[in-house]
Design a protein around this ligand. Structure first.
Ligand code: ATP
Ligand code: MG
Ligand code: MG
Length: 586
């Protein structure tokens, strides 16, 4: 598969990163397997895998599994599948835990060269040593910092052997805590190892009671895997110094040089505003939550908030599994990232801009069909057998998408209820009594004569006659009643009424008041032309689409749709991927 366009690597930030170190590229994408990836991770995947691909190098998928309490098998699987879906193949799949033995040995080595010590201070004490709450006060060492090497070594082994509970002992790196000129908090004796209470690890079992920290693990794993360019997001900018420090003291890197060992560089995060990306918050939407509020009289009030989406892949979310299910093509996502470019600035993008990029991609790539969301019968009374034909209509009137489909036309068709008005008015150009409208691709226009309503006042049937020779002011879409297929169609709107859901009250459950009751609109009796069946059949004949095999189409005058996996033998379920145009009223 050809994936991300090359231009993003040939210029700008990524070009400069390569020029700083023009060697065979070995990169890595290092997710923590503690949740589902979100739209922001797509940028990290594109940058790391794409950069390697562009330079004919390799990219590892490395699970950063050093936090056993939060890791679950399903995340490992999902991350791998999403990378494959995006069109990338890891050179190797590795785990930080592959290196636990070697990391442990290096920790002992660090103690032996007097660059680490076991510390028993509480978190509060450590914060004070690091200059207090604002990190501005004087910094100082605790008594453990100068304890004999042998003692630290013995205590570190005691940590390993289970003598300490979580929080009772840490291995701290002996960096520059006491140097008053060192302004970077990442150099103030960061922890390298900690005792973990829930220590069962999905790969190493109960072998370890202590686990290495990110700051200790990441740079060393990069070095073990001989990563050339270690790209991460800018919140790690200050960590670059500690990254280099550890590699240098252990001999993996030459001070002030990129000649040997990995080189860390930082790009800006991608953030889509108006969406919820935080794992904790999405979990509340998926699982529901119970908020406990303490009243002044000491009683506790419980507020139960039920789940507000169907799962982590609910199309209203911005996890990558959700975007995939909603029908966003992998390639459209990669083009979106490419279009934004890669720099070291934070990229805050509005949902509308994201959707516009997706729309531009779909417009060039998917066939057109007719879908009626809210059908009303239209009977063309004077249509003769000769008028009933099978039309041949191209998948794309502009010819960008090859192929055509057969569309049956009979005297009974469905049109959308919104295309008919019981009373005509001057600014309305579609169907109304005594008004003429065109039916897309049908050789003659029709004029409505009468209509009838059902018991609840809804228009149920419109009668019309041919209006041959008349030139209608508008054309509407329709689906033939004898051959159309009934489908369920789901349309998605923002989950929250506000544009900035992240500023809602997430502590005490206030966010639940702001949920949009219309975030999902279901059309249970929608009807689509029979051609959808052909698209579904054609797709299953093309195994090359296997990694992105959703059936997608543009429903004329309506939106872009895909077939949802909820589809069973009886009825297809459709998701609206995006509307046809930006809805200015929203
Ligand atoms: P989150 O807390 O949002 O889930 P994270 O940083 O904890 O994100 P990781 O699993 O550690 O997630 O991320 C793997 C890689 O993806 C890291 O290199 C990280 O910098 C990058 N990444 C995470 N979020 C974004 C984002 N919004 N834009 C670009 N890259 C990102
Ligand atoms: Mg992280
Ligand atoms: Mg995180």
């Amino acid at each position: 598969t050809d994936s991300i366009p090359a231009s993003v690597f040939a210029e700008g930030w990524l070009k400069r990163v390569y020029e700083e170190k023009p060697v065979p590229v070995r990169s890595r994408f290092p997710p923590e397997p503690n949740g589902f990836l979100h739209i922001g991770h797509c940028k990290a995947i594109a940058v790391n895998f794409g950069f390697a691909k562009y330079h004919n190098g390799v990219c590892f998928l490395r699970y950063d599994d050093t936090n056993p309490a939060k890791e679950e098998e399903i995340y490992f699987t999902s991350i791998r599948e999403i990378i494959e879906w995006l069109g990338f193949e890891p050179y190797k799949i590795t785990y930080s835990s592959d290196h636990f033995d070697r990391l442990y040995e290096l920790a002992e080595e660090l103690i032996k060269i007097d660059k680490a010590y076991v510390c028993h201070c509480s978190r509060e004490e450590v914060n004070l040593q690091r200059g207090g709450p604002d990190n501005r006060g004087p910094r100082y060492a605790c008594s453990h910092r100068d304890r004999p090497i042998e003692e630290s070594l013995a205590e570190f082994r005691a940590m390993r052997d289970g003598k300490y509970k979580a929080g009772e002992a840490y291995l701290r790196m002996k960096q520059s805590l006491t140097d008053p000129n060192e302004g970077n908090p990442q150099m103030w004796d960061l922890p390298a190892y900690r005792v973990v209470e829930k220590n069962h690890h999905h790969r190493t079992g109960d072998r370890w009671k202590i686990y290495p920290t990110y700051d200790f693990t990441h740079c060393l794993c990069d070095a073990f895997e001989e990563i050339s360019h270690s790209m991460c997001t800018t919140e790690f900018q200050q960590s670059r110094v500690s990254y280099d420090w550890l590699l240098e003291v252990l001999g993996f890197k030459i001070p002030k040089s990129e000649e040997k060992g990995p080189m860390q560089r930082e790009y800006g995060r991608l953030n889509v505003t108006g969406t919820i990306l935080s794992k904790r918050r999405i979990a509340m939407l998926v699982e529901g939550t119970t908020i406990e509020k303490k009243n002044s009289d000491g009683t506790v009030e419980k507020k139960v908030i039920p789940p507000s989406v169907r799962g982590w892949d609910d199309p209203r979310l911005y996890t990558l599994v959700a975007l995939r299910r909603r029908g966003i093509p992998a390639k459209a996502l990669l083009y979106f990232v490419e279009e934004l470019g890669v720099t070291d600035a934070l990229t805050d993008i509005q949902v509308l801009r994201f959707e516009a990029a997706i729309r531009r991609h779909l417009e060039r790539t998917v066939p057109r069909l007719m879908l009626v969301l809210d059908p009303v019968e239209l009977i063309i009374e004077d249509a003769t057998e000769a008028d009933e034909t099978e039309l041949t209509i191209p998948y794309d009137p502009k010819g960008m998408i090859p192929g055509e489909r057969k569309v049956k036309f009979t005297r009974k068709v469905y049109i959308d209820s919104s295309d008919f008005r019981e009373e005509d008015s001057a600014e309305f150009f579609r169907l109304a009594p005594n008004k003429t409208v065109g039916l897309l691709n049908v050789p003659f226009a029709v004029r409505a004569t009468t209509f009838s309503k059902n018991s609840n006042g809804r228009v149920s049937e419109i009668r019309a006659v041919k209006a041959e020779g008349e030139k209608p002011k508008a054309y509407i879409h329709w689906v033939d009643a004898s051959s159309g297929i009934k489908v369920v169609s789901r349309q998605y709107n923002p989950l929250f009424k506000t544009d900035s859901p992240n500023s809602l009250d997430w502590k005490e459950g206030g966010w639940a008041e702001d949920l949009n009751p219309n975030s999902e609109v279901v059309f249970k009796d929608a009807i689509v032309e029979k051609g959808l069946e052909d698209l579904i059949k054609a797709r299953s004949l093309h195994p090359s689409h296997a990694s992105d095999d959703l059936v997608r189409f543009q429903a004329l005058r309506t939106g872009y749709f895909c077939v949802d996996p909820d589809t069973d033998g009886k009825k297809a379920v459709l998701n609206q991927i995006v509307s046809l145009r930006e809805d200015k009223s929203k």
